[in-house]
Write a protein that binds this ligand. Structure first.
Ligand SMILES: Nc1ncnc2c1ncn2[C@@H]1O[C@H](COP(=O)(O)OP(=O)(O)OP(=O)(O)O)[C@@H](O)[C@H]1O
Length: 253
């Protein structure tokens, strides 16, 4: 077994503390993520899936427990500092790209994720062939729109760009938060296929939230199910291969 890239130990998250609406959203999450894991994440609405991503990304503080990255305690490391090793793609195509910048400029920006170095637009020209080649792997014509402002792209192209931006500088951990949910079925399928290919080619470690149970079964080597802020199933390898949609429905009862 490969070494853990991220470990969550007894993570608890409370919101609206000291009010009548105080709620424990995550209730003792223990999760060890190994290098190369591609984990699909399922669970009922409100189970805590996005909250789990928020906690991993440092967007939401934990109330108890610890998070380790490569064995180093990052529980109190800022969200900004975590972007050095972590990238995230959201459901909304508008998040994750700068609308007035062109596709190529956005890609250049993404090559500096987690760095404080200034951008040198002069360097863009030399990168265009590489960026165009990468854009072509998305199979949706993005490579023909390198000089188009991102705001003028279709939702599918924009989401494909968000995905490319998240992966152009290799992240230790990639969080995909229902990143194809806002797309039509054909576009969604295309992006999922490209996602799977990139994860495999670059040996990325990724977590992907999805409400499509067939996709949760089809993709990844491991699946976790959340319910009421707890992990109620963690299945990998052959065991995952043998899972059926009917099995998964039980996690939603
Ligand atoms: N910052 C917050 N303040 C108050 N409540 C919150 C906060 N973040 C999440 N919640 C609540 O915590 C619960 C879990 O939310 P979360 O978005 O993590 O669920 P989810 O599993 O991603 O759901 P969905 O499938 O609907 O996206 C929900 O009841 C939500 O309303």
């Amino acid at each position: 077994m490969t070494k853990p890239i991220l470990e969550l130990k007894n993570i608890q998250t409370v919101v609206n503390r000291h009010t009548a609406n105080e709620t424990k959203i995550l209730r003792g999450i223990n999760l060890t993520i190994h290098t190369g894991d591609f984990i699909t994440v399922v669970g009922t609405n409100g189970a805590g899936k996005s909250t789990l991503f928020n906690v991993i990304a440092g967007h939401l503080p934990v109330d108890a427990g610890q998070i380790f990255h490569n064995g180093v305690d990052i529980t109190h490391t800022s969200e900004e500092a975590r972007t050095k090793f972590l990238a995230r793609v959201f459901q909304d195509p508008k998040l994750g790209t700068a609308p007035r910048m062109t596709v190529a400029e956005n890609m250049l920006l993404a090559t500096k994720r987690g760095e404080h170095r200034p951008l040198f637009p002069r360097k863009l020209k030399s990168q265009i062939p590489r960026f165009t080649k990468l854009a072509a792997t998305m199979n949706n014509g993005l490579e023909n729109r390198m000089n188009t402002a991102t705001g003028a792209l279709s939702g599918g192209q924009r989401q494909a760009l968000s995905f490319l931006m998240a992966t152009i500088k290799r992240p230790d951990l990639l969080l995909l938060d229902e990143h194809t949910a806002a797309l039509d079925p054909h576009t969604s399928r295309n992006l999922l296929k490209a996602t799977d290919e990139r994860i495999k080619q670059d040996h990325l470690t990724a977590l992907m939230i999805t409400h499509h149970l067939e996709d949760a079964l089809k993709y990844g080597n491991r699946l976790i199910a959340l319910k009421n802020g707890q992990i109620i199933a963690d299945v990998s390898g052959d065991q995952k291969e043998q899972l059926t949609v009917k099995d998964l429905y039980r996690y939603f009862e």
